[in-house]
Write a protein that binds this ligand. Structure first.
Ligand code: AHR
Length: 502
């Protein structure tokens, strides 16, 4: 059995975890909105047509914030089409995904749905086909109390109180040639700064996210962030990062090492933020919004066959296996290890489209990736400890030196908890992990949850929704102040200790 040592010190902290780290994303794409969260003719629908089964699962994840309405969709979005009496809303061609958008669900419905889901809206403005004027009007519609054209229009639409949306994205993936209205860094930077400036004049309480790179592989990555922040430093609060990973060659060890790339990506973006701050003699730290992240590759082939210009097709419906859950668990550990910088995270997406939650006519169920997300969201709260991991490593084909063990420790003073998240990527051997816990005298193991399956390809389906599900049978103990845990080969683990509890 391999052995690893995890070293922490109560006083050596990474930083506090922003609750928005466990956010998500709903785009008008495929069956995310229609059939996912909204389906008036479903037996599961409530009086507003929202699916109650989906709402229940979303609430169980305690998602703090949800980005909306896109994604690529937002770059052609006319928000005015999505508000007001439903019978007057136009159906539109939606060029980004080459479908038809009926607009029967729009921004007011989303604000209502978010209230029922106990979450906050993160709104994106269209900087693809539109610009300053529409961004300004949208802030007025959403956040002004009344007495002006667009705030009164909202009232006319039945929403007396403003939505008070706090977090706003200045467009989506503007660095990508696939984006409607794709721009050079210079073109985007000027537009984002001018739109953002006016949006903040409209409401000084809002926070703004500028578009960063659509992935670490983008040829413009690095210079894009530097150019955008050079222009927008005074206006924006966050730079976005998007990152999806796929397994394209059957190499599991390499796939599971993808979070090594994420770690490097975050480190580099943070360095660019600091470079611009230094160059400008600034006082403000630009933070990171990792507002699209996940595994995405299973559906690529099927999506090529989708009929065009239909409504809500089965699009980007990845069926996640156990191996994907391991990588998602590792990506969450990486995000936590950078909690001082990554303040917003949005798992992309939430329902049906590359999602932890799936729906059909018979109900809603949890994909494998639901579980690491669920446990981090519930118990990965408080403060991240600087977690030193001394573990054996392997050489991953694309990602280089990769520790077999990913691990992070979190303390939650309010809940009097000490929580460890860990992934053993070793495909053959279990690992014995030790951690000196003497500074946490009085903390006892409350549970050691394990997500493990001998079959990396095991999936959860409508017929068999619990094939891959967590068990409370982890082997760990504390003796003479030393925590010893056995992390099974290919497993995700959460060890939760609570003060005074057995
Ligand atoms: O989440 C799916 C798509 O991925 C989004 O629309 C886009 O922003 C990204 O490329």
């Amino acid at each position: 059995m391999k052995k690893a040592q995890v070293i922490i010190d109560k006083e050596f902290l990474v930083g506090d975890i922003d609750k928005r780290l466990y956010g998500s994303f709903i785009e008008h794409l495929g069956r995310a909105v229609y059939e996912g969260i909204y389906q008036p003719d479903s037996p599961f629908a409530d009086e507003q047509g929202f699916r109650k089964d989906t709402l229940e699962l979303v609430r169980s994840l305690r998602v703090p914030i949800i980005r909306y309405p896109g994604g690529n969709f937002v770059s052609g979005f006319c928000w005015e089409d999505s508000v007001g009496p439903k019978e007057k809303r136009p159906a539109r061609v939606e060029p980004a995904w080459q479908v038809v958008e009926t607009n029967q669900f729009g921004l007011n419905e989303f604000a209502d749905w978010c209230k029922k889901a106990d979450t906050e809206v993160m709104m994106a403005v269209n900087l693809g086909t539109r610009g300053i004027e529409d961004a300004k009007n949208l802030v007025e519609y959403c956040n002004f109390t009344g007495g002006t054209k667009y705030s009164d229009l909202r009232k006319l639409h039945g929403y007396e109180e403003p939505h008070k949306i706090r977090t706003w994205c200045l467009g989506n993936e503007m660095d990508g040639p696939w984006q409607i209205g794709h721009k050079t860094a210079e073109e985007y930077a000027r537009l984002a700064n001018e739109a953002g400036k006016v949006m903040k004049w409209m409401d000084s309480d809002i926070e703004l996210v500028a578009c960063g790179s659509s992935g670490s592989h983008m040829p413009t990555f690095g210079s894009w962030e530097a150019t955008v922040l050079d222009e927008c430093y005074d206006t924006v609060d966050y730079i976005s990062m998007h990152q999806y990973y796929g397994k394209r060659d059957g190499d599991s060890a390499n796939f599971l090492a993808c979070n090594v790339d994420l770690d490097e990506f975050i480190t580099n973006v943070a360095a660019i933020c600091d470079y611009v701050k230094g160059k400008k003699h600034g006082k403000k730290d630009i933070q990171i919004s990792l507002d699209e992240w996940n595994v995405w590759y299973h559906s690529n082939e099927a999506d090529k066959k989708i009929e065009k210009w239909v409504q809500a097709p089965h699009q980007i419906e990845d069926v996640y296996n156990f191996e994907d859950a391991l990588l998602v668990g590792s990506m969450l550990i990486t995000m936590l290890r950078h909690a001082d910088r990554v303040k917003i995270g949005c798992m992309a997406q939430l329902v049906n489209v590359i999602a932890p939650i799936m729906t059909s006519d018979t109900g809603a169920w949890k994909q494998t990736i639901y579980y690491p997300y669920f446990y981090c969201s519930l118990y990965g709260q408080g403060t991240v400890l600087n977690t030193i991991v001394k573990a054996p490593v392997y050489e991953a084909r694309e990602h280089g030196v990769t520790p077999y063990l990913d691990c992070v420790a979190v303390t939650n003073e309010e809940a009097e908890e000490f929580v460890i998240f860990a992934v053993n990527k070793d495909l053959e051997e279990d690992m014995e992990v030790t951690l000196d816990l003497r500074q946490y005298a009085g903390y006892r193991i409350a549970e050691h949850i394990v997500l493990h399956d001998e079959d990396l390809n095991a999936i959860n389906t409508e017929e068999n929704p619990d094939r891959v599900s967590p068990r409370k049978d982890g082997q760990s103990s504390v003796s003479d102040g030393i925590l010893t845990a056995i992390m099974k080969s290919k497993s995700w683990n959460m060890i939760r200790l609570k003060k005074g509890e057995q």
